[in-house]
Design a binder for this molecule. Structure first.
Ligand SMILES: [Fe+2]
Ligand SMILES: [Fe+2]
Length: 153
């Protein structure tokens, strides 16, 4: 999980709230980390930071997405999540959309639409976490209850 220290003048573009929580610490930490990276990108753009620094943030988003999707799919598989197949497809589509955006940035960084990218990340994160990742919550709850029963018996 990557942490960014926010400066006094930094604005919060995406605010974390409990409604995004799944109850799995590694998954929630990842999601929070993604919010942080998007906020970091937002502030870098609005403080007029150099291209290299934006590039480094996009590299980080790329790495983070890959690691997070793999971790989440692993947990889903362990918990017998019944929507795993569709969920993997959604992750693959999101990754593809991100890579296309990333490529357009590489090809012409000067014309990259940062606001459109921020909107894409915001829509994706909020929608996917609230409607799709949340479907994992009953599985996480069941696992926790089972473990508790095992420990007390
Ligand atoms: Fe997901
Ligand atoms: Fe997720």
């Amino acid at each position: 999980m990557f942490e960014f220290l926010t400066g006094d003048n930094d604005k919060i573009f995406m605010e974390w709230s409990d409604k995004y929580a799944t109850g799995s610490k590694p998954i929630d930490d990842d999601h929070r980390g993604l919010f942080n990276i998007v906020n970091h990108y937002y502030n870098a753009v609005h403080h007029g930071e150099a291209q290299e620094s934006l590039d480094a943030i996009l590299d980080l988003v790329e790495k983070y997405i890959q690691e997070h999707f793999a971790r989440e799919e692993r947990l889903m598989s362990e918990l017998g999540f019944k929507h795993l197949h569709e969920h993997k497809k959604m992750h693959a589509d999101l990754a593809k959309a991100f890579f296309a955006t990333r490529l357009s940035y590489h090809l012409s960084p000067g014309e990259f639409d940062s606001d459109a990218f921020l909107l894409f990340m915001q829509t994706w994160l909020t929608k996917h976490i609230l409607t799709e990742d949340q479907k994992l919550v009953p599985y996480i709850d069941r696992e926790r209850r089972t473990r508790r029963e095992e420990l007390s018996s």
